[in-house]
Each structure stands twice: as structure tokens, then as C-alpha cells.
Design a protein around this ligand. Structure first.
Ligand code: ZN
Length: 686
């Protein structure tokens, strides 16, 4: 991780206090820094108290709130400079200037400069000057940070370094026991101090305060059944505990993605606010692509933020560590002067927060935010998450059924597309059912003016696309959906509903177009229309004008023999072409006789005020209704539901074909009975 940026650092050393150690340092590459002589102690002077051990433990009160700041700094990018001042109390020993340089402005991975270059992905270039061997005066009895800073600034100016010429001031103060902190900083702000010999993790933490990052905590003991975690309601709180956040005990691990957005290092295209249900790709932190997914929350924490990490020079996790195998979830406040995080412990059952991420197959349910997040898959490049928001039903993860795959280039694999369905190929679907197709395009590169393109063939009559992801646009020919794109990874989603006029089989077609422009390919057929769809009733309201039209289907043949406990699903499809004046379109379904129980009624149908039927009033459009009826012990021996549609001409109630008879007395064993009997173990009679 050592980078060589020769000439970018102004490696100035205070002229007035030039020491032997400092001379050896000047111009020496940090990765080959020579061992320094022990700092000199002036003979005859009392030696001051030794430094505390270098392990940096931030204290709760280690930052000073900058009340003049209106918001966290954004756009901390480009060249920024820091004046670093260190030295000794009068008669004491110097803080080792090599350590100060190596942890601040040295051109190496051990410095804050190296750290910021990495976590900002090259967007922030921190350099500066080190003024060493400063005499901070007689060791004071009390802790006054401003007095020490004033001294540092004055001493630096005396040596030719004007603090006003720098964006930041870092003071590596000789150890002072009366200060109850190891480091302190202004937040948001422009100064930071260490109390004794500093470490990289100290500067990472304190500079985080300069950027407006605050202290946080972790949600622990959240309700969980092992695969599903519910948060944040009914979780407990533990201070710190986030070992991937330097502000919460994470040492010099990388700053989380939401901090990077706040600092201006993650551009908008790499941070996505999830407002709609669907599948989202989360790229590994520090790579190209979307590195931060955010969900807006209206209660409590304003954001839920998701990121995914892999081992790096700073994220020194072993490859099998939970923290590089799953999606890291945090509740975040990114709207105020101080950015704050509260980590979610995604494995509350283990009792440690060292395994916080949601690994493949895990589900986070945030009822307060009406959000459900399922981790579909993870690999080294990122994670796929299925997000459902609002009252949407759970989004499906892809990968259950691969139904088509194509590469455009021979050998070079320029572009690659895979399509998944959420039902098995050949599944028997019924009218009203939906199939979700998920396409995953991996466009490795473009060549010259040739663009990568993904195409999905249009739909035959009777199939309706109820959702098409933003990436796919309807082609000008009106025959297919298309997406032209540069190199990158893309997700497509198309939800297809089976209508009454659907063909009995359907196999979608697609192609990917890159270097070699392959032909259309046929995917595995995702469905067949099930044989058990029976039209049992139909009505139009208008003569001639066909203003409104409703058809009802059952999933058992009319007259089928059902038994107690069996279920019949009725599916209604209303086609309300238009309304006339104040007359509304309405669909009605008669109520149930005693002994029949509706165990599912679709939301569109509401129980009428008379309590006698279900009703749906609606404007022009196509609507789907579903009612699942279970046969109870008191059911009539036959049942034929009734319905009507009301539009222009208000027709009467009509009776559908009887969907069932109770078949108790025909003497024929029910197939399930036969199966039950054959599977019974033989039993000896006494
Ligand atoms: Zn702190």
C-alpha cells in the first residue's frame, strides 16, 4: 500500500530546533526509515513522566463541539494541508518526531495521509509540514488545550511556519497526566491533538471528528430467529462496539461508506437512496459502483445504511471473518452537524459485536421503516440485496432459477448477461400469477464506439409487464426493452403478470450485444398456463360499448368434488374501460354461505356496508381480485358463487358455474386417503 508521490510533501523541519533525528529524517522514504537514536534528555534536568502506552482508546469527551458549524463539512477533497507541531515540556523529552511524521504526513500506509488517500479513493491529498523539537514551556498543572495550541502556533511561527497557511493544525503534545484524554479534536473543525506519542488510529479518530463524525453505539440483543433479525425496535444499546468504524472502537479500520459520502469522497452515483422495492447491487467498499445503499426512515434514525467490505491494508480482517462476508448495516444520522452511526449487530445470538454483518440468506426486518432486506448473495466484488419497502411483498432474490445466459464475445467475454426467474422453468402458473425476471449484466468493457447493450424481447398478448426496472427502456420500435451502457454491472427486473389471453406456454427471448453481436436466445420457459384454470363466470355491464367486463376463474373444475378443509381459489379479472359521468365501475362478489370461510380476500375487494358482499369501486383500468375459500364442516353440498359488475347498465347478480360439490357419499376413496393408507405402518394386533 506504499505509494510514491515524490515531491508532493513539503517535508519541512523547524530550522531553529533542528535535531540530529530530524536531520536523518529529511527526505528519507518512510518505508526505509532508519532507527533513530533515543531522544536526548538534557543532563541535570528532571525527566517528565513517560508516555502512556501507544494503544489509543478514545474517551467520551475527546472532542470539542464547534457550535459555529451549521453542518458537517462536505467536499473535503483535493489538496489539504496540515501543520504538525511536536516537542517537549521544558526539561522533558521530545515526542519522537519520527513517530509523529510516520503517523501524520509521511508518504506511507502508516500515516493519516496514506490512510486518507486510500479511503477517499484518491480524492483527498493531505500533506503538510512537521515542526519538531518545540519547547512547550513548563509542564502545566492543569489541562488547557488552547494554551498548548497557542504555544504550538507561536513556536511554529517563530520557526517560519504560519498556521494561517494551513487548513489543519495537529499538535502532538508531550504527555500531560492532567488531561483525561489520549487525543482531542474540534468537531467539525480544524485542529486535533494527541496527549503523548500518537498512533495512526488516534489521528484517524480525531481527524474523523474534524470531519464531523461523532461517537456512536451498537444495537445489540435484537429479536432474531437465526435467519431473520428485527431492528431497531426492542433492541438494546451498547456503546461503541463497531470494529469497522474508527469513531466507535474500530482503530484504524476504514471509514464507513456513509462517512465518505458526508466528506464528499463518494459521488452521488456511488451512493444510492433506495426508494423502491427491488434488487440492488452493493459493490465492495473502495471499488467502482454503488458502495452505499441508504433507506430513508421517518422515525428515529433518519437513515439505514448498508455497505460491504473486503480485506484491505487497513481492514485487516481474515478472509473468513464475518466482517468481510456480509452486509454491514448501520443506523445513521447524516443530517446534523455531527454524522453519527449506530451499528446493527446482525448476529445478536452470539453475544459479541465482532460479527455484525448480515451474511447470505439473512434477512433484516425494520418494521418501523416498513423495510425488509434480504442478502441474496455475496462474493469478492460485492453483494446483491433484495429490498422491499412500504407495503410491498418481499422482493425475491435472484439465483433460484437460472433460465438463460449469454456472452457476447468469444474468448474475451466482453459482456455477459444472466436471467433468473423466481419460479421454476415450466411451472404451471394461473391467470393473475406473476413471474419476476431478474437480469444481471456484467459489461466488462466497451471497444471503440461499440456499446454494450442488453435486450429483452417484448411480451405476447395476454402477458402484462407490471414493473420494468429503470435500466431497461422501451425501444423506439416498440418491440423490445433495451439498455445501452458502459462498463459496469447492472441489474434488471421485469415483473410479468399472466392474463386471461396468455399463450399456454411462454419462453422469453433476450440478447446481449457487445463485440460480436449474438442473436436472440430463448430462455427456459418460465411457465405453462396451468390446466386447472377454469372460466366459471363472465359479465359485461354495457351492451355494445362494453364499458366494463369481469371474468372469474377457479382453480378447480366446475363440479369438482371437494372435501372438508379443501380450498378453492377464485380469481377475478376486471377490465373497466371507462367511467361515464358520475357512474362508477364496480365489481361485486356475493358473500359466503355458512360453512364456507374466506381465508384470503385481495385488498381491492372491500366488505360492503351491508355486510352481504365484497365490492370494488374503481376508475378505468384493469384489476385483479382473488378470494380463497375453504370448505368447512357445515358447508352446503353444493355452492355456486354469484357476482355482478356495475357500470353503465347495472346488470343483475349472475351465478357462476358451481365450483364444487362435497363428495363425501360417492364411495370413491379420495386420492389423498389412498396415499395416507398406503403410508401407514403396519401394526400388530395384540
Ligand atoms: Zn472521539
Amino acid at each position: 500500500m506504499n505509494t510514491t508521490r515524490t515531491g508532493r510533501i513539503r517535508a519541512g523541519i523547524g530550522l531553529g530546533g533542528l535535531s540530529l533525528g530530524a536531520m536523518l529524517l529529511a527526505g528519507t522514504p518512510m518505508q526505509a526509515a532508519p532507527a533513530l537514536p533515543t531522544p536526548l534528555i538534557t543532563a541535570g534536568m528532571e525527566r517528565v513522566v513517560d508516555d502512556p502506552p501507544p494503544d489509543f482508546v478514545p474517551s467520551e469527551s475527546d472532542y470539542v463541539v464547534n457550535h459555529e458549524a451549521m453542518e458537517t463539512p462536505r467536499g473535503v477533497v483535493g489538496q489539504r494541508t496540515v501543520l504538525v507541531v511536536t516537542g517537549r515540556w521544558t526539561g522533558g523529552s521530545n515526542i519522537n518526531p519520527t513517530t509523529v511524521r510516520n503517523t501524520t504526513i509521511a508518504d506511507s500506509a502508516t500515516s493519516l495521509r496514506g490512510y486518507l488517500g486510500a479511503v477517499s479513493q484518491g480524492k483527498l491529498n493531505l500533506s503538510g509540514d512537521l515542526v519538531a523539537d518545540v519547547d512547550f514551556g513548563t509542564k502545566p498543572q492543569t489541562c488547557s488545550t488552547s494554551t498548548v495550541r497557542d504555544k504550538a502556533v507561536a513556536q511554529a511561527r517563530a520557526q517560519g511556519y504560519d498556521r494561517a497557511n494551513y487548513d489543519y493544525l495537529f499538535v502532538a503534545m508531550p504527555y500531560l497526566g492532567s488531561c483525561n484524554w489520549g487525543g482531542i479534536a474540534q468537531s467539525p473543525g480544524s485542529w486535533a491533538m494527541s496527549n503523548g506519542t500518537p498512533s495512526l488510529s488516534l489521528w484517524v479518530h480525531e481527524f474523523g471528528h474534524n470531519l464531523g463524525f461523532g461517537h456512536g453505539s451498537t444495537f445489540v440483543n435484537c429479536p432474531s430467529n437465526g435467519s431473520e433479525v428485527s431492528a431497531p425496535v426492542n433492541c438494546a444499546t451498547k456503546q461503541n462496539g463497531d470494529y469497522g468504524d474508527p469513531m466507535l472502537g474500530g482503530g484504524s479500520k476504514e471509514y464507513p461508506a456513509n462517512y465518505r459520502l458526508q466528506a464528499g469522497w463518494l459521488t452521488e452515483d456511488k451512493a444510492k437512496l433506495v426508494a423502491r422495492s427491488g434488487m440492488y447491487r452493493l459493490s465492495t467498499l473502495g471499488t467502482d459502483g454503488t458502495q452505499l445503499l441508504m433507506l430513508a426512515r421517518s422515525q428515529g434514525w433518519p437513515r439505514l445504511t448498508l455497505e460491504y467490505r473486503q480485506p484491505s491494508a487497513y481492514d485487516t480482517f481474515s478472509p473468513d471473518d464475518n466482517r468481510v462476508r456480509g452486509v454491514w448495516a448501520r443506523y445513521s444520522d447524516m443530517a446534523r452537524t455531527t454524522t453519527k452511526n449506530k451499528q446493527l449487530d446482525g448476529t445478536p445470538e452470539t453475544g459479541t459485536t465482532q460479527d455484525p454483518t448480515l451474511t447470505q440468506g439473512k434477512i433484516l426486518v425494520d418494521e418501523e421503516a416498513h423495510a425488509r432486506i434480504e442478502i441474496c448473495s455475496v462474493d469478492r466484488t460485492g453483494a446483491i440485496v433484495a429490498v422491499a419497502v412500504g407495503n410491498d411483498s418481499p422482493a425475491y432474490c435472484p439465483g433460484d432459477f437460472l433460465i438463460g445466459e449469454a456472452s457476447s464475445g468469444s474468448g474475451s467475454a466482453l459482456t455477459h448477461v444472466r436471467w433468473y426467474a423466481d419460479v421454476a422453468p415450466g411451472t404451471k402458473l394461473r391467470i393473475g400469477d406473476e413471474v419476476t425476471l431478474t437480469g444481471m449484466a456484467d459489461f466488462r468493457r466497451s471497444i471503440g464506439t461499440l456499446k454494450n447493450s442488453a435486450f429483452l424481447d417484448g411480451l405476447p398478448a395476454g402477458l402484462e409487464a407490471t414493473q420494468v426496472s429503470g435500466g431497461l427502456a422501451w425501444d423506439s420500435t416498440g418491440k423490445y426493452w433495451r439498455h445501452d451502457a458502459g462498463p459496469g454491472q447492472y441489474l434488471y427486473q421485469v415483473v410479468v403478470r399472466v392474463g386471461a389471453d396468455a399463450p399456454t406456454q411462454w419462453a422469453p427471448r433476450f440478447k446481449v450485444q457487445g463485440y460480436s453481436q449474438p442473436d436472440w436466445r430463448t430462455m427456459s420457459s418460465p411457465y405453462q398456463v396451468g390446466a386447472a384454470d377454469f372460466l366459471i363466470g363472465e359479465a359485461s355491464s354495457g351492451s355494445g360499448s362494453a364499458l366494463t367486463h369481469v371474468r372469474w376463474y377457479a382453480d378447480v373444475a366446475p363440479g369438482a368434488k371437494l372435501r372438508i378443509g379443501d380450498e378453492v381459489t377464485l380469481t377475478g379479472m376486471a377490465d373497466f374501460r371507462r367511467s361515464i359521468g358520475t357512474l362508477k365501475n364496480s365489481a361485486f362478489l356475493d358473500g359466503l354461505p355458512a360453512g364456507l370461510e374466506a381465508i384470503h380476500v385481495s385488498r381491492a375487494l372491500a366488505w360492503s356496508s351491508t355486510g352481504k358482499y365484497w365490492r370494488h369501486d374503481a376508475g378505468p383500468g384493469q384489476y385483479l381480485y382473488r378470494v380463497v375459500v375453504r370448505v368447512g364442516a357445515d358447508a352446503p353440498s353444493q355452492w355456486a358463487p354469484r357476482f355482478k359488475v356495475q357500470g353503465y347498465s347495472q346488470p343483475d347478480w349472475r351465478t357462476m358455474s358451481s365450483p364444487y360439490q362435497i363428495g363425501a357419499d360417492d364411495g370413491t376413496p379420495h386420492p389423498e386417503d389412498a396415499a395416507d393408507k398406503s403410508s401407514l405402518p403396519s401394526r400388530k394386533t395384540p
